[in-house]
Design a protein. Structure first.
Length: 407
């Protein structure tokens, strides 16, 4: 994995800092996304490695070096020559791979000799590299570098020239041919943003639209999890399949399980003073339930947020919500009538408040009926439905939702 600073990337105040690592993390995300795409192609007995043998590796099939760069891929570009050098390492088992891939966001430079690389034979590729590098140094040149004439300074080869000489050295020629027989260059690869969009289009059709980003974040988080990194950064077909199944089950368009709710984030959005004047809150306060206002407000937000998300994703329709809320209103009314019978003859307001609070707590603690058939419907969601009902003003006052056990 590699990256360069984009020319139009700036920091607040246009202050370029030499230790800004933003693009390094962007490049890592890019590599992880490329790795995910390779995981989709794994056979049941295959696995994928990250960084162990290079950027992305599927043993026996492909080893890919991933470059997130903004400039052109030119004849002497280090991305090309360094990649070949890495594959020449004596401990790299290049013959075990069918393909060695240099994948880069770069486009070929206008004058580069590399343009016809993928259709060339290994011998032709070697000729291209030799033409780029130019004539090899002669024995006389090498001697002159060691024993320069008095008063004459012989310049050292440039870094790129030294790299080319290393790669093309005669003692590595057999290894180089093995690399060239397998090497493929993929230029103009999609940017991180484009690749993310392509991933959504290709793989997330069964997933609720509002959960696309969450799905991707969690999948990339799995690939980058400490457990995998510490264990050697190996991802098996089974582990990847299990994670996909988990996320698909959780975020699919027609889920079987109640969707997860970020309670901690929603809790931060609750402002008791803001909701205190609302009818649902006043109905809790009138029975002495001031201490339960914040919890009730949170549950109401849980219900509203969940309903909004399901509507947005086309999972929920109005008649389904109306039926669920209507059933709970009816059950609540019968439960309240039953509790009021137990309060017959009680004139003390304190005692009526106590009985009402007991009714409130009992109702809020009941198991939740599945919402639209969703397994594990949250009690908090069902309680939020109560508070939504308590905030409505029906045409018939006999249908109004109350917690008080008096008329």
């Amino acid at each position: 994995m590699d990256t360069t600073q984009s020319q139009d990337a700036t920091l607040p105040g246009d202050a370029a800092l030499p230790f800004d690592a933003t693009l390094l993390f962007k490049a890592l995300q890019y590599q992880l996304l490329v790795a995910v795409e390779h995981c989709y192609d794994l056979a049941p007995d295959e696995c994928m490695w990250l960084e162990v043998m290079g950027d992305v590796t599927v043993p026996g099939k492909v080893q890919a070096e991933v470059k997130l760069y903004s400039d052109n891929l030119t004849d002497s570009h280090a991305n090309f020559w360094n990649t070949v050098k890495n594959w020449l390492h004596e401990k790299f088992d290049r013959t075990s791979f069918k393909r060695l891939v240099l994948l880069t966001t770069q486009e070929y430079g206008a004058q580069t000799l590399l343009k016809g690389w993928n259709t060339a034979t290994a011998a032709q590729r070697l000729s291209i590299m030799e033409e780029i590098a130019g004539p090899a140094p002669t024995a006389g040149d090498e001697k002159a570098e060691v024993e320069p004439d008095a008063g004459k300074v012989t310049p050292k080869p440039s870094k790129s020239r030294s790299l080319q000489q290393y790669v093309l050295a005669s003692e590595r020629r057999d290894a180089l041919i093995e690399v060239l027989e397998r090497m493929h260059i993929t230029t103009g690869s999609e940017s991180l943003e484009q690749r993310l969009k392509t991933y959504e289009t290709r793989h997330l059709k069964p997933i609720r639209t509002s959960k696309h980003q969450q799905f991707i974040y969690e999948l990339l988080g799995f690939v980058y999890s400490p457990e995998l990194v510490i264990g050697g950064w190996k991802i098996t077909h089974q582990a990847f399949t299990d994670k996909l199944s988990e996320l698909t089950h959780r975020y699919m368009k027609h889920p079987k399980t109640f969707p997860p709710v970020d309670m901690a984030t929603l809790k931060k959005s609750v402002d008791v003073e803001e909701i205190r004047p609302m009818p649902f809150a006043q109905k809790i306060v009138e029975i002495g339930g001031e201490q339960y206002l914040k919890r009730a407000a949170l549950h109401r937000v849980v219900a509203q947020t969940t309903i909004s998300d399901l509507y947005k994703d086309g999972v929920l329709f109005k008649h389904m919500l109306d039926t669920y809320m209507g059933n709970h209103l009816t059950q609540h009314q019968f439960g309240r009538e039953h509790a009021m019978l137990g309060c017959s003859g009680i004139a003390c307001q304190t005692q009526l408040n106590t009985q009402s609070m007991m009714f409130f707590l009992d109702r809020n603690g009941l198991p939740a009926e599945p919402f639209c058939g969703l397994e594990h419907t949250m009690i908090e969601f069902r309680n939020g439905i109560y508070h939504m009902l308590a905030g409505e003003q029906p045409e018939d006052e006999d249908d109004e939702f109350h917690w008080k056990l008096w008329r």
